[in-house]
Design a protein around this ligand. Structure first.
Ligand SMILES: Cc1cc2nc3c(=O)[nH]c(=O)nc-3n(C[C@H](O)[C@H](O)[C@H](O)COP(=O)(O)O)c2cc1C
Length: 165
């Protein structure tokens, strides 16, 4: 007699779990410190029904994006725009994800030496095209991140994750 293997909850997926995808370009200690705070906020134990995935912008795929319920984007400002890595991410996922991700929530954190205006404007333009909704005020840090800046990163992660629960 053939025995059918039991289908475990893992195989079925966890339908009650929302998924937050953090897509980031992290080339330096300053940006890394911001990423760590965003992740710590998003993964705070009070938020029990949201799983958080973190993926480098150059490795993120349309499948990652379609499979998530909301997004956090992290980028340095480079040459007055988003980093090439995050621009490449958006170039890669834009049309494959356009229909399926419309209306989803996102947040963004940016780091620059002195001016992130162009990077923020680019984020707004691209995500408007995608139909994503900015669910929290952007966190923009220039220069070495201070304790208050890192706290804003933590709060951003926590608020975006809590919004998905
Ligand atoms: C090629 C290049 C271009 C950059 N352009 C900008 C820029 O337009 N505006 C800005 O504020 N910072 C700019 N920066 C600084 C980066 O944003 C900064 O290096 C990055 O956020 C990492 O921070 P850190 O170098 O303090 O660790 C640039 C850096 C590089 C390497």
């Amino acid at each position: 007699m053939l025995h059918r293997p039991a289908v475990t909850p893992l195989e079925l997926g966890e339908p009650s779990m929302a998924r937050l995808l953090v897509v980031h370009h992290t080339p330096s200690p300053a940006t890394h410190s911001m990423l760590l705070q965003v992740l710590e906020g998003a993964r705070q134990p009070d938020i029990v029904d949201v799983e958080v995935a973190s993926v480098a912008a150059l490795a993120a795929s349309p499948i990652d994006v379609i499979g998530a319920d909301g997004y956090l984007i992290g980028s340095p400002a480079n040459l007055g725009y988003l980093s090439g890595a995050v621009k490449h991410f958006f170039d890669t996922i834009y049309y494959p994800c356009l229909e399926e991700t419309r209306g989803r929530s996102f947040g963004v954190y940016l780091h620059g030496n002195d001016d992130c205006t162009g990077a923020l404007a680019a984020t707004e333009t691209i995500t408007t095209g995608l139909g994503w909704k900015m669910a929290q005020a952007p966190v923009v840090v220039t220069g070495a991140p201070q304790a208050a800046d890192l706290e804003r990163c933590w709060e951003l992660g926590a608020a975006i994750a809590a919004g998905l629960s």
